[in-house]
Design a protein around this ligand. Structure first.
Ligand SMILES: Nc1ncnc2c1ncn2[C@@H]1O[C@H](COP(=O)(O)OP(=O)(O)OP(=O)(O)O)[C@@H](O)[C@H]1O
Ligand SMILES: [Mg+2]
Length: 317
């Protein structure tokens, strides 16, 4: 085995053995002990001839001392490895729990959206139909024109209000569960999201670029990416004062990457934000799927978020 390939501890030990042999051989060659004895005889009162035995005892003591420290450090190392393993396991458990939490949240939203749609949506529709009927029948009845007008106005108001309530319910349903995502996939859902913001803020230049191919990336991943894009756009509109937003979603070698950049006011991303939950939630969503989430921003420099989600083995190209 080459000298340099040895570990530092083994190299030191080998050096020590070589040095001992060299010292022994040179001492034997030069008769060092005899010469030392002759030299030290005039100082016999200092008992120098007892030194070799004392040094031997010291060496044995040092060997014992090193052995004990070596055992101690091995035990410490074992404890540290066990600690690290336990930490990794609990991190993994936390990741699974977070993932379950996110999936559960989506399931509940889905059910809530369904119920809102089936119960409230249909009830509102029924009220509206009744109100329309009252309005129309009343318009044709023989009652006095004043009372006819009053009933007509009231019925018209019910129609308007139910329209309004229905619109609000539809919006809530859309927020709870993006319909386009379920039915048409992530690319279309993002396009829809872009249009919603574009309609509200025509001056904001939003560019969306999707390169996913035909691959089905799975419901959990699609939902996570959609929610991250949704919250990022919310943040841009609320905090950034941006003029341009670039969204790029693409399939990379072993996963899906999403980047959203704006040219707004930016912020110090190295500092923990106050009470906001948006960035934290995005990170949790990405990490729950085994991915990562990065924010690059500085005051006056815009902001870019980067998400990478790995494709499960079966989903790889
Ligand atoms: N694109 C951005 N441009 C400028 N500042 C941003 C941007 N995104 C986030 N920030 C800053 O980071 C902070 C944290 O964002 P986060 O989404 O976590 O919370 P929030 O939007 O304040 O509240 P929440 O999302 O919980 O309603 C924001 O308050 C804002 O100061
Ligand atoms: Mg936010």
């Amino acid at each position: 085995m080459a000298w340099f390939s040895l570990s530092p501890a083994r190299r030191d030990l080998a050096g020590l053995v070589v040095l001992t042999v060299v010292v022994y051989l040179s001492a034997s060659w030069f008769e060092a002990s005899e010469r030392l004895l002759i030299l030290s005889r005039p100082f016999e009162f200092a008992q120098l001839d007892e030194l070799p035995l004392t040094l031997l005892a010291l060496s044995l003591g040092l060997v014992w001392f090193s052995w004990r420290r070596w055992q101690e450090s091995r035990m410490e190392l074992r404890a540290r490895i066990a600690g690290e393993r336990a930490l990794a396991e609990s991190r993994e458990q936390l990741r699974l729990l977070t993932r379950q939490g996110v999936l559960q949240q989506e399931k509940e939203r889905h059910e809530l959206a369904q119920e809102l749609h089936d119960e409230l949506g249909q009830t509102l529709n029924a009220i509206k139909l009744d109100a329309v009927m009252i309005r129309n029948v009343n318009a044709e009845s023989a009652a006095s024109s004043r009372s006819r007008d009053a009933v007509y106005q009231a019925a018209q108001s019910v129609v308007t209000l139910t329209d309004h309530a229905y619109g609000a319910v539809r919006q809530i349903i859309g927020r709870l569960r993006p319909v386009a995502l379920d039915e048409l996939g992530l690319a279309v859902a993002l396009e829809h999201l872009k249009h919603i913001w574009q309609r509200r803020l025509p001056a904001l230049d939003i560019e969306l670029d999707v390169e996913l191919g035909e691959r089905d990336i799975g419901e959990a991943m699609a939902m996570a990416l959609y929610r991250i894009a949704q919250e990022t756009l919310n943040n841009i509109v609320r905090h950034a004062l941006a003029q341009r937003v670039r969204i790029r979603l693409e399939q990379v070698a072993d996963g899906i990457a999403l980047r959203i950049a704006d040219d707004g006011c930016g912020f110090d991303s190295a500092r923990r934000s106050g009470s906001g939950l948006g960035l934290l939630g995005m990170r949790e969503r990405a990490e729950a799927l085994g991915g990562c989430f990065l924010v690059h921003s500085a005051p006056g420099q815009g902001c870019e978020i980067e998400v990478f989600l790995p494709l499960a083995k079966g989903e790889k190209p």
